[in-house]
Design a protein around this ligand. Structure first.
Ligand code: ZN
Length: 168
């Protein structure tokens, strides 16, 4: 399968890493510095990286963020990769809204210590923006965006107020 050839990362637990079975982020083909400490979010649909940072509430002018945009991907044709230095957890359900097929790798000193896939939440509140300009969430200051999951398989959300489809 092209998938495994493209991204041959195997999960590495803390104890495996100590026994020398470690997979380094650079060794796994990720374009990162050897000693990266933080989180790598791989397999973001191309063009989604900045929106993902916005949704996660991460300000690229204040945090050490590396963006790899429009690189080749077996899943999407092209993809974005976000590297967050010195950040060790992100809200997986928020990642799922923008990049349901993403891989979230926690990296310590260049070694991948955990690898997870984002789990979509049934309801997401206070994250994102409704695309319908006339939606109450865009017209009233006090109404926070709220999206509910309508299709778990496709990870499709709709606005809880106007029913517009959430788009990346
Ligand atoms: Zn709406």
């Amino acid at each position: 399968m092209a998938e495994s050839a493209e991204n041959p990362i195997t999960p590495v637990t803390g104890s495996d890493a100590a026994e020398g079975g470690a997979t380094t982020a650079a060794g796994a083909g990720l374009p990162v510095p050897a000693a990266v400490d933080g989180i790598i979010i791989d397999h973001i649909p191309a063009g989604g990286a900045l929106r993902l940072l916005d949704y996660l509430g991460i300000d690229p002018t204040e945090e050490q963020v590396t963006l790899v945009m429009n690189t080749a991907s077996g899943r999407y044709g092209t993809k974005d990769i976000v590297i967050l230095e010195n950040i060790f957890s992100v809200r997986g359900e928020v990642v799922a809204l923008v990049a349901p097929k993403a891989a979230i790798d926690v990296v310590k000193n260049g070694v991948i210590v955990s690898k997870t896939e984002p789990e979509p939440a049934r309801l997401l509140e206070g994250v994102g923006h409704c695309w319908n300009q006339e939606c109450v969430t865009n017209c009233e200051r006090d109404v926070a965006p709220r999206f509910y999951l309508v299709d778990e398989k496709k990870v499709l959300y709709r606005c809880a107020y106007c029913d517009s489809e959430a788009r990346i």
